[in-house]
Ligand binder design. Structure first.
Ligand code: GLA
Length: 395
């Protein structure tokens, strides 16, 4: 082999090794906790350690919530003399490496946030022009997950920006989940399969059902209102997920039914399950939703196919999701603001569902028998409430 050939072959094998390191992550949607929805930039070491302790003791870690991610606000307003980002010493007096080590010892993985622009959305230093330097810092700190935002990017091309940061992570040599947060602006579902492990599909979520501000929308609108997460179901798969934003489960603007319904739809959509509530002060019924193992198993199903809304009108929605082994998940929702009788007849669901199956009720946690004996389930559902089933195929 001549010299240029040898160089090309070496470069190819190096990039294949990097890509493999990257691809093994997030084979199911990432799970964890992120500080933004509740705390915005008011974050510190004590909060993170308190959250981690509760997540471990409450069973959240065992249920799969293993990434703790600090969003915007973890650093000082200026880089240091070497151009490095500086974790805020007042907020994190023991240092970020120490925090990472502590979380790792507790069994967690640890994530940080930055942005492809000159500044983050809250005005802290962004990574533009510092990508490789910042990635090396994250690797030194022991970071396992990077959420990468899109403020202050001007005319920057999203594909270039996210590919540059991905390559910087590869070069830094520490496997990290790369969470792209460019709000769906450049349609990452069309090109980012090999760039990030998850990409936001919309602007920001807020803790209401369907309210809307200039920038933010309630969870139901994020889920399925006009060209949002639901419609993109074909783009998701192992290692590359649509991200309808962090959960609002347990936050003040959601009722118990909203909490259950939001969680159910996030599971139906194979969404990353990133809790965004103050887990230190959560009600038992909120914890029970977040750690429902059978709902989580639907979200984390290894086939990795995102579900979709099979039927929808203002009074009834039926969502379906194909699972491994020929099983299916079905979620029936009352999207209206009044209690309503809602029903599902298995054979009406487009011939998709298994011919004969055991019906498992995910929220009532009981077996309802087989689909031939119980062809229809009808129940009165409170506003926004759901019933969710797993149909275990009988072969
Ligand atoms: C953007 C993102 C949010 C959050 C904030 C932080 O709005 O979409 O998820 O990270 O920035 O400033």
């Amino acid at each position: 082999m001549n010299l240029p050939g040898l160089i090309a072959a070496l470069a190819l094998s190096a990039s294949t090794a990097d890509a493999q390191k990257f691809e093994g992550l997030a084979m199911t949607p990432p799970m964890g906790w992120n500080s933004w929805n509740t705390f915005e930039i008011n974050i510190d070491e004590e909060l993170v350690l308190g959250v981690a302790k509760v997540m471990k003791e409450s069973g959240m870690l065992d249920a799969g919530y293993n990434y703790i991610v600090l969003d915007d606000g973890w650093m000082t307003r200026e880089r240091d003399a070497n151009g490095d980002l500086v974790p805020d010493p007042e907020k994190f007096p023991s240092g970020m490496k120490h925090l990472a080590d502590t979380l790792h010892q507790m069994g967690f993985k640890f994530g940080l946030y930055n942005c492809a622009g000159g500044k983050t959305c809250a005005g802290f230093p962004g990574s533009k022009g510092h990508e490789y330097q910042d990635a090396r810092l994250y690797a030194r700190l022991g970071i396992d997950y990077l959420k990468y935002d899109w403020c202050d990017t001007g005319t920057r091309d999203a594909q270039e920006a996210y590919t540059t940061m991905r390559d910087a992570i590869y070069a830094a040599g520490r496997p990290m989940i790369f969470s792209m947060c460019e709000w769906g602006t450049a349609k990452p579902w069309l090109w980012a399969k090999d760039t990030g492990h998850l990409w936001r599909t919309t602007g920001d979520i807020i803790d209401c059902y369907d309210c809307e501000t200039r920038w933010s929308r309630g969870w139901k609108k994020i889920a399925d209102f006009q060209a949002t997460n639901e419609e993109l179901y074909k783009a998701a798969g192992p290692g590359h997920w649509n991200d309808p934003d962090m959960m609002e489960v347990g936050n003040p603007g959601l009722t118990l039914e909203d909490n259950r319904a939001m969680f159910s739809l996030w599971c139906m959509m194979a969404a990353p399950l990133i809790a965004g509530n103050d887990v230190r002060n959560m009600k038992p019924e909120v914890l029970e939703i977040l750690i429902n193992k059978e709902a989580i198993a639907i979200d984390q199903d290894p086939l990795g196919k995102q579900g979709w809304r099979f039927y929808g009108d203002p009074r009834l929605e039926i969502w379906v999701r194909e699972l491994s082994g020929g099983d299916w998940a079905v979620c029936v929702m009352n999207p209206s603001d009044e209690a309503r009788e809602c029903s599902v007849t298995w054979e009406h669901v487009g011939g998709l569902l298994p011919k004969k199956a055991q019906i498992r009720d995910i929220w009532q946690k009981k077996d309802l028998g087989t689909t031939d004996k119980l062809p229809t389930v009808t129940r009165k559902l409170a506003p926004h409430d759901v019933m969710m089933f797993r149909l275990n195929a009988i072969k």
